[in-house]
Design a protein around this ligand. Structure first.
Ligand code: SF4
Length: 165
């Protein structure tokens, strides 16, 4: 029997399995215990170059996000290596990949100015939106005020609704 794998229309790119949290439900068993084995810039460029011709934009437009469209960066927790995340977003944007977003558990959103600064830097590098992780398992480890801050400031910086999952 042959299994035909359809062409991808959206993708999530792991920057690392390392995470600030150790959620009981995590399907990848991400945790702080993983080594900081971040994807190399060379591998990132190779993967993004291969994906760039096939990724479809959100039905709302290439500068808007949708959970099953576009491309997102994830892990693990991508904000643990913010410099790499900024490079990854710039690289994907430069390749013309539409509907770019990043997934975060918001652990790092400890104050308004720091949250706004990081979101603005990502927006200026080509990021179109956010996916904020929020569920009972994550909230065992991330104070809810940080999740709320990420949503509030994310709306301010990116405009429109923020996707939460
Ligand atoms: S925050 Fe996400 S990636 Fe990290 S351990 Fe929890 S479910 Fe896994």
């Amino acid at each position: 029997m042959r299994l035909f794998v359809p062409r991808p229309v959206s993708a999530g790119v792991f920057l690392s399995y390392k995470c600030s949290s150790r959620c009981r439900h995590c399907m990848y068993a991400c945790s702080p215990a993983w080594s900081a084995d971040w994807i190399s810039e060379g591998d990132l460029e190779r993967v993004l170059t291969q994906l760039s011709p096939v990724i479809l934009p959100s039905p709302l437009g290439p500068d808007r996000v949708g959970i099953n469209y576009g491309l997102h960066f994830t892990g693990g927790e991508p904000f643990l290596n913010f410099d790499l995340l900024v490079k990854a977003v710039g690289m994907a944007h430069g390749l013309g990949i539409p509907s770019l977003f990043v997934e975060t558990n918001s652990f790092w959103c400890a104050n308004d100015w720091g949250t706004r600064d990081k979101f603005a830097r990502l927006r200026d590098s080509g990021l179109d939106g956010l996916l904020i992780s929020v569920n009972p398992f994550i909230l065992e480890q991330v104070p809810f005020e940080r999740t709320e801050r990420a949503v509030r400031i994310g709306r301010e910086v990116f405009g429109g609704p923020i996707t939460a999952a």
